[in-house]
Design a protein around this ligand. Structure first.
Ligand SMILES: O=C[C@H](O)COP(=O)(O)O
Length: 247
């Protein structure tokens, strides 16, 4: 059985005092049966390393450069640099990066590859917009996104985490029903399994308005292996309750 993974994506929220207080609250609330990760804005990565080392909470970044090592890439942060701060995960291809920073499937795959090259686990986001769902294109969109990743990663596809985030459910309070999400997750699983039997172990997270009230029902679906949490990850009590909903 795949262990539940709950990832808090803080997006562009922070503040030194806020981070200190949120992490000390979380540390006092854990441990959980789920694996738990927080992804702060980069300036707080060192603070996470200081406060979370030795705790059951892992940390990661919200993005990673497609370039590894060091170099003249203004504004970019490589997996090599992230590793120095103890990061274990990197979210790539979040719909906010795809929308506001014009990231395409090819760049997302290159970022995932760069993360894996440094043994950072990429959490690769896929998902359709509301217009794409209404036009009946959900399956085609997520299969295209995942297909590019599979072609680029080869056998290493078995080492990623996939996050299905319907764009229309992010930060809107609209959640895909557990059945709607499970249907997409099962298709993603089939696509992964066609590439490698190791995909049976790949964790496929659901993201989009996950709250303490709906987490247990979502996580009880056979192919939903946890959540990528936005807003609710900023409140210790809510994030704790979501982590407790896992197995
Ligand atoms: O990365 C997290 C997702 O975009 C979900 O955000 P949300 O829980 O605020 O809807």
């Amino acid at each position: 059985m795949r262990k539940t993974l709950v990832v808090g994506n803080w997006k562009m929220h922070g503040g030194k005092a806020f981070v200190e207080s949120l992490l000390s609250d979380l540390k006092s609330l854990g441990p959980w049966s789920s694996d738990v990760v927080v992804c702060p804005p980069l300036p707080y990565l060192a603070q996470c390393e200081r406060l979370l080392s030795g705790s059951p909470i892992a940390w990661g970044s919200q993005d990673v450069s497609a370039h590894n090592g060091q170099g003249a890439y203004t504004g970019e942060v490589s997996a090599t640099l992230l590793k120095e701060f103890g990061a274990r995960y990197a979210i790539v291809g979040h719909s906010e990066r795809r929308t506001y920073h014009a990231e395409n499937d090819q760049l997302v795959a290159a970022k995932a590859k760069a993360a894996l090259a440094q043994d950072l686990i990429p959490i690769v986001c896929v998902g359709e917009t509301r217009a794409e769902r209404e036009a009946g294109h959900t399956e085609a969109v997520v299969q295209r996104q995942l297909g590019t990743l599979i072609r680029n990663l080869g056998a290493r596809i078995g080492e990623v985490v996939v996050a299905y985030e319907p764009v229309w459910a992010i930060g809107t309070g609209l959640t895909a029903t557990p059945e709607q999400a499970q249907e997409v997750h099962a298709r993603l699983r089939q696509q992964l399994l066609a590439a490698t039997p190791a995909a049976a172990q790949v964790r496929i997270l659901y993201g989009g308005s996950v709250k303490p009230e709906n987490a247990a029902q979502l996580f009880s679906q056979p192919d939903i292996d946890g959540g990528l949490i936005g807003g609710a990850a900023l409140k210790a009590a809510d994030f704790d309750a979501i982590c407790r909903a896992g197995h």
